[in-house]
Write a protein that binds this ligand. Structure first.
Ligand code: SF4
Length: 288
């Protein structure tokens, strides 16, 4: 050991020097400038959150606010029509039967995938009579990529047989008869009636219509049948089909399920959705 260097000794208090120094560093300095007090714990600083660019949150709606007011609904429709001019069904089809087939195939599948599948399917089996003459297993390989292909093939062949036997080979143009076809529920029937026959018998409620109608406080339900009934009461009948088409486009382009693009949305100042990513208006906690 070098001369003059004194080895470190244990502290007389029995505690290590480093621990004492740390304690002194964290102790609060008294206002009077005296010695720092021992055993005073530092006050933890509150963690600051990164502020989100959203408006104030409240569970209460301002007095006089009515999300179902006809003026508000009208404004929503006007802005959607301006944003999505000529909105229509994205499923490719040349007749009512092809639209029915495409709609059945679109369950749990994207329209893009269905549009990749149907051209070859209709090339092989051009008419409803061709489908009616098949066994379901025969078209399973052709529609496999759309998912749930066993059920879908049974629905397609079953619907074709019934259309040929009961409706003279023509897709029926009314709700009751459409609902009598295998694999056809209200959503499919509404697509065919509204898009091909231009009959507004109901509102198509798919996942986009469900999510966005709730965000816009047009319904509180999460059951498609109840949502349809709620929408029928507040949307003018001549816009029922159009509303669905526009909302489906809106749900794909901007009002996506996670992180909707609210800053770009034409409905922004009419929308109080709880999960908005940007807002210039009050947020309503129940609007989701
Ligand atoms: S403001 Fe946001 S949450 Fe509301 S409709 Fe537009 S994209 Fe959807």
């Amino acid at each position: 050991m070098a001369r003059g260097v004194i080895p470190r000794q244990p502290a007389k208090t029995g505690r290590h020097d480093a621990a004492r120094k740390a304690e002194l560093r964290t102790a609060k300095l008294p206002q009077d400038g005296g010695r720092p007090k021992r055993n005073v714990l530092p006050v933890a600083k509150p963690k600051t959150k990164i502020a989100k660019a959203v408006g104030p949150k409240t569970g209460k709606r301002p007095a006089g606010y009515n999300p179902l007011a006809p003026e508000r609904i009208g404004e929503i429709l006007t802005r959607l029509e301006a944003t999505y001019p000529g909105a229509t069904c994205a499923l490719k089809h040349n007749n009512a039967w092809e639209l029915l087939v495409a709609t059945i195939l679109s369950a749990q599948c994207t329209d893009v995938r269905v549009n990749m599948t149907t051209p070859e399917l209709f090339r092989k089996y051009p008419t409803v009579q061709d489908f009616a003459a098949l066994k379901p297993e025969a078209i399973e390989p052709d529609i496999k990529s759309t998912g749930f292909f066993r059920n879908k093939s049974k629905s397609l062949v079953g619907a074709a047989k019934k259309i040929v036997s009961d409706f003279g080979g023509h897709v029926p143009d009314n709700m009751d008869d459409l609902l009598s076809l295998p694999g056809v529920a209200r959503k499919t029937a509404n697509v065919v009636l509204g898009t091909w026959f231009h009959k507004n018998d109901g509102v198509v409620v798919d996942t986009h219509v469900q999510r966005i109608s709730r965000r816009l406080e047009l319904t509180k339900s999460d059951d498609p049948k109840s949502i349809e009934q709620d929408l029928i009461k507040i949307i003018p009948r001549d816009k029922w089909t159009l509303y669905s088409h526009m909302i489906i486009l809106h749900g794909r382009a901007l009002c996506v399920a996670r992180n909707p693009k609210c800053a770009e949305c034409p409905l922004e100042n009419l929308c109080h959705a709880a999960d908005k990513t940007w807002s210039t208006v009050e947020i309503h906690k129940s609007a989701k």
